[in-house]
Design a protein around this ligand. Structure first.
Ligand code: COA
Ligand code: AMP
Length: 628
């Protein structure tokens, strides 16, 4: 089959297409209903199927004779160690930790929050939750205590699993004080916490609440996987929206398992036994899908890397890992390769390693900018494949499928829609855009298996955020266009979300934090182009009348406030005091225009602007600072 034929069959008859693909996984009870509506009128896949995702990722392979194969390689330049787990070893650890969770009173449907660095216990805990039908919610380690608290209140976990510390390059980041503070801040209190004590920073445990991972593992009994419905939630993963309250993206078990298994061969060209490395973090969707679930459900060897692309110890780190473990496919974010290129522009360090097993590279998380694409292609001589996806979809919405013949690459394009995703571009009137005309990128319903069925505990928000703007379509929040050959170009968010070093952040949320400072009357936070991180946030702040502050001191206080409330990953490093903010006559801040001025882009003065002279003032301010 060619791409076009496969794609067309998935769009014209999704039920037959996904019925056939459901055969890729070992169900306890095969679904007889493929696509149906739930009680909220929302699409759901495989409603009467029964399975267990932990069984598929572990026990199934042991039954197929792969028990001795390496399932997980933990490669940690942060601790100078490498550990390997066979499928049998990993299954045993998961089964015992599932038993430990059970002993702590966690049962099917209960939530478990994970606040973990990139250590094997994170993967074990995720799979242990899946084994007993509990719903995990992993919170990225770079988030501050208050962000963790918001997620604890929304997910209401019975148990939280964490570690005493994470290690960032050579800095030890103590997680336990952040966890304690988050529990203090949250209204909901977990019954228990399980803490992995790492030798780099042993922490104190709260009596009757906190348990040492090793202690509870020592007395646990192994638990077998329990059957769950395809539509039962596997996990919740919070992602930034336009407000301070993150959205709890729900992932179900059945559609997810099918999409993960299918995508490994069709999108990535990977088969059981292959070594696959997603250089991301388990706190992000890429980590969930392609460090943990898809490679393990497929019977691959997955790499868990606790390090950075640079400085651990150098810009050859990625090539070293590929060489040491015989990686076939590497998946990372463009920002990681920009960091490598900056430190090693001629890729000299790459020459030290045997990359003969490496067949291709996949990039996502932000647009793959053509210079980074060209550099990577030239230096590696391998196919470099951009693909576009989101936390919400869980897998690629557009890609260049290796499972079919690879299509010619157009730098800057994520190529074509993935099977099952009926991607369209609509203009502001909700009509299909012409080729090369930019508009809102949407997906005609139904979304394929693996995509979010709803927002945790908030179906009205799911509908208003994603489904209400264009009737019958899922709103991606990204803008872009198709060219005349059907290649899709994703050009950036159409909402207040920015992408900093592959991390998705809400400028609206940063505005809430900055605006909470006692000196600030009003503010606008927007993302400006950054050569390394893609975008970084900048704040324009208006002082309350009569406030007299030192500009630099205020800036430092605001930077610290964002670090404390959101986390260091926000990279908020600049705040400028201004006299006025450009607004429409109805009072809406013109963020897009501010960003265009800061980036030195051509812009049209919006017809609704209240006072156009503010824009000229801003141009002066930005050029004075060396921006624009
Ligand atoms: N736990 C605690 N703190 C963390 C953290 C974690 N898991 N991850 C990042 N941080 C902190 C960093 O220590 C840093 O703190 P600092 O301001 O005190 O130095 C801050 O958050 C910003 O970190 P980062 O964005 O990683 O910037 P950097 O300059 O250290 O590194 C890159 C830049 C490009 C090398 C790095 O961002 C990177 O590897 N990006 C790839 C991202 C990625 O894979 N995304 C997944 C999408 S596929
Ligand atoms: P996240 O939910 O954190 O994975 O971020 C998803 C967002 O990242 C998308 O909505 C896009 O804005 C951006 N993104 C991810 N991959 C790509 C890509 N290949 N090209 C362009 N933008 C991308």
């Amino acid at each position: 089959m060619t791409y076009k034929a496969t794609y067309q069959s998935s769009i014209s008859d999704p039920v037959s297409f996904w019925k056939e693909k459901s055969e890729l996984i070992a169900w306890y009870k095969k679904p007889s209903t493929i696509l149906s509506k739930n009680q909220d009128g929302l699409d759901c896949w495989y409603a009467d199927g029964e399975l267990n995702t932990s069984y598929l990722a572990l026990d199934y392979h042991i039954e197929q004779g792969r028990g001795a194969q390496t399932a997980l390689i933990y490669d940690s330049p942060a601790t100078n160690s490498v550990q390997q787990y066979s499928y049998t070893e990993l299954r045993d650890k998961v089964a015992f930790f599932a038993g430990a969770l059970d002993a702590l009173g966690v049962s099917k449907g209960d939530r478990v929050v994970l606040y973990m660095p990139m250590i094997p216990e994170a993967v074990i805990a995720m799979l242990a939750c899946a084994r007993i039908g509990a719903v995990h919610s992993v919170v990225f380690g770079g988030f501050a205590a208050s962000e963790l608290a918001v997620r604890i209140d929304d997910a209401t976990p019975k148990v939280i699993i964490s570690a005493s510390c994470g290690i960032e390059v050579s800095k030890v980041i103590e997680y336990k004080p952040l966890l304690d503070q988050a529990i203090e801040l949250a209204t909901h209190k977990p019954h228990s916490c399980v803490i992995v004590q790492r030798p780099q920073a042993i922490c104190s445990l709260v009596e009757h609440r906190d348990f040492d991972w090793q202690d509870i593992m020592a007395i646990a009994t192994a638990k077998d996987p329990v059957p769950v419905l395809a539509t039962d939630p596997l996990y919740i993963l919070y992602t930034s929206g336009t407000t301070g309250k993150p959205k709890g993206v729900v992932r179900d078990n059945g559609g997810h398992a099918v999409a993960m298994r299918y995508s490994m061969e069709w999108v990535y060209g990977v088969k059981p036994g292959d070594v696959y490395w997603a250089a991301s973090d388990v706190g992000w969707v890429v980590g969930h899908s392609y460090i943990v679930y898809a490679p393990l459900i497929t019977g691959c060897t997955s790499i868990l890397y606790e390090g950075k692309p640079v400085k651990t110890p150098d810009a050859g780190a990625f090539w070293r890992v590929c060489s040491d473990h015989g990686v076939k496919v590497l998946f990372s974010a463009p920002t990681a390769f920009r960091a490598i290129r900056k430190e090693d522009p001629d890729a000299k360090l790459m020459q030290q390693y045997d990359l003969s097993k490496l067949e291709r590279l996949f990039l996502a998380g932000e647009r793959l900018d053509p210079p980074t694409y060209e550099w990577l292609k030239q230096k590696t001589g391998l196919p470099v494949i951009d693909h576009w996806w989101q936390t919400e979809t869980g897998w690629a919405i557009a890609c260049n499928p290796i499972g079919e013949a690879l299509m010619p690459v157009k730098p800057g394009s994520a190529t074509m829609p993935t099977v099952g995703f009926n991607v369209q571009v609509l203009n502001s009137h909700g009509k299909p855009a012409e080729p090369n005309e930019q508009g809102s990128v949407v997906v005609k319903l139904p979304l394929p298996p693996g995509c979010l069925p709803t927002v945790w505990n908030d179906t009205p928000r799911f509908k208003s955020s994603y489904l209400d703007t264009f009737d019958g379509y899922y709103l991606s929040g990204d803008g872009g266009y198709f060219d005349e050959e059907g290649y899709l170009f994703i050009m950036g968010r159409t909402d207040d979300v920015i992408n900093v070093a592959g991390h998705r952040l809400s400028t609206g949320e940063m505005e809430e934090v900055v605006g909470s400072h006692e000196a600030i009357a009003e503010c606008a936070v927007f993302g400006v182009a950054d050569p390394l991180k893609g975008q970084v946030p900048i704040g324009l702040v208006l002082l309350k009348d009569g406030v007299d502050v030192d500009d630099d001191e205020l800036e430092q206080e605001l930077i610290q406030l964002v670090r404390d409330r959101i986390g260091p990953l926000a990279c908020f490093q600049r705040a400028m005091i201004v006299e006025r903010l450009p607004k429409t006559r109805s009072g809406k801040i013109l963020r897009k225009t501010i960003r265009q001025i800061a980036d030195g882009e051509e812009y049209t003065v919006p017809s609704t602007i209240d006072d156009p002279s503010i824009l000229t003032d801003l141009e002066d301010r930005f050029s004075h600072l060396g921006m624009s």
